[in-house]
Design a protein around this ligand. Structure first.
Ligand SMILES: [Zn+2]
Ligand SMILES: [Zn+2]
Length: 340
């Protein structure tokens, strides 16, 4: 599915393109599932611009079988099952790459953004971005390990340092990151309060393990969250939505809370009184994408079934335009995949 230029849903078209040629450290993967992320939509409509050149194949979530390896590839061979991180290139040498923070590498190229991605039958990616996918984990699950699960593992466990006994708020809890953030927070021992604007998603969110589901009416939810969280507010926020919920979510924090920004759905600007932050001792934090080490942890947690990837629907790859429309209209819950 090639996007020739930014625009409406139907700018994505099925088309035959040349099979990518491989550099020495690159791998060609036969793709069996592509997760659909709001990030893809933001590129397609032209909200995200940095590093992007069209025509572009969208998608940074894929899983499949190695078809061909470059001459210097040593960790993988033809026929191996694999899952990928969200970037196609990083230097491997800088202080960020050396400390499991590859997403901050200056030479990082984001998959399906700076480079062609996974809305395709085959995709090319660097060896360092691939990890073996155990036979117990299916390709549809494998496709969503990195973005939908790895990102919230980074946010809740590593950046938010969530402790057993704390209260944690997940915003946009019915979405692809949200339903996995609920599970991750439970795994870290937190009491999970899940915010959503869609009452019809509450059942899925409860099944994912939320202790409380708060339906935001007219955009308001802070009072209800504070009431549930010992009357004081939450210790950690995993914010998958950004600007539209920021003020309410900040108001829902307890003293000393960590607010972790993960997603930004609108690209809008927010203003707030900085004193509100420091007088409460709230830390404003963020994370994006998944390190190789974090993906390895996700794979192991899923293999042991301590985490359950939630793929709610599947569509043929050619239906990408319809799937984007459903996503924008908030008709999708959890993660959905395209099947090449
Ligand atoms: Zn994503
Ligand atoms: Zn680097």
């Amino acid at each position: 599915m090639v996007t020739d230029h930014p625009g409406d849903f139907d700018v994505m078209r099925a088309r035959d393109v040349a099979v990518p040629t491989l550099g020495p450290r690159e791998v060609l993967v036969r793709n069996y599932a592509s997760g659909v992320c709001y990030h893809d939509h933001l590129i397609r409509v032209g909200v995200m611009k940095r590093g992007i050149t069209f025509p572009l194949i969208l998608g940074h979530e894929g899983a499949g079988i190695v078809q061909e390896v470059g001459s210097a590839v040593r960790s993988l061979k033809r026929g191996d099952r694999v899952a990928c991180t969200q970037w196609t290139e990083n230097c491997g040498l800088c202080r960020f790459c050396r400390t499991n923070r590859e997403s901050l590498c200056a030479e990082r190229k984001y998959f399906g953004h700076d480079r062609d991605g996974t809305y395709a039958e085959l995709f090319k990616i660097q060896e360092d971005s691939l990890l073996p996918l155990p036979s117990e984990v299916g390709f549809e699950e494998g496709a969503i390990l990195s973005c939908a699960i790895g990102t919230v593992l980074a946010a809740i466990r590593d950046v938010g340092r969530t402790q057993a006994g704390e209260y944690l708020l997940v915003t946009g809890a019915g979405g692809g990151l949200g339903v996995h953030a609920v599970q991750m927070a439970r795994l870290c021992g937190a009491t999970v309060i899940a915010q959503t604007t869609s009452p019809e998603k509450a059942k899925l969110i409860r099944e994912a393990g939320a202790d409380e589901v708060v339906i935001a009416r007219d955009g308001k939810f802070a009072d209800e969250v504070r009431r549930v969280a010992r009357g004081e507010g939450v210790d950690v926020v995993c914010d998958n939505v950004g600007a539209p919920v920021f003020q309410e979510a900040l108001r829902a924090t307890a003293r000393g809370a960590r607010y972790v920004l993960v997603g930004e759905l609108t690209g809008d600007t927010v203003t707030f009184n900085t004193a509100r932050l420091f007088l409460k001792g709230v830390s404003l934090l963020s994370t994006t994408s998944t390190s190789r080490a974090q993906l390895a942890d996700v794979i192991e947690l899923v293999r042991q079934r301590k985490l359950r990837p939630i793929v709610t629907e599947r569509f043929p790859l050619g239906e990408a335009p319809r799937v984007h429309r459903l996503m924008v209209d908030r008709k999708l819950s959890g993660r959905v995949v395209l099947l090449p």
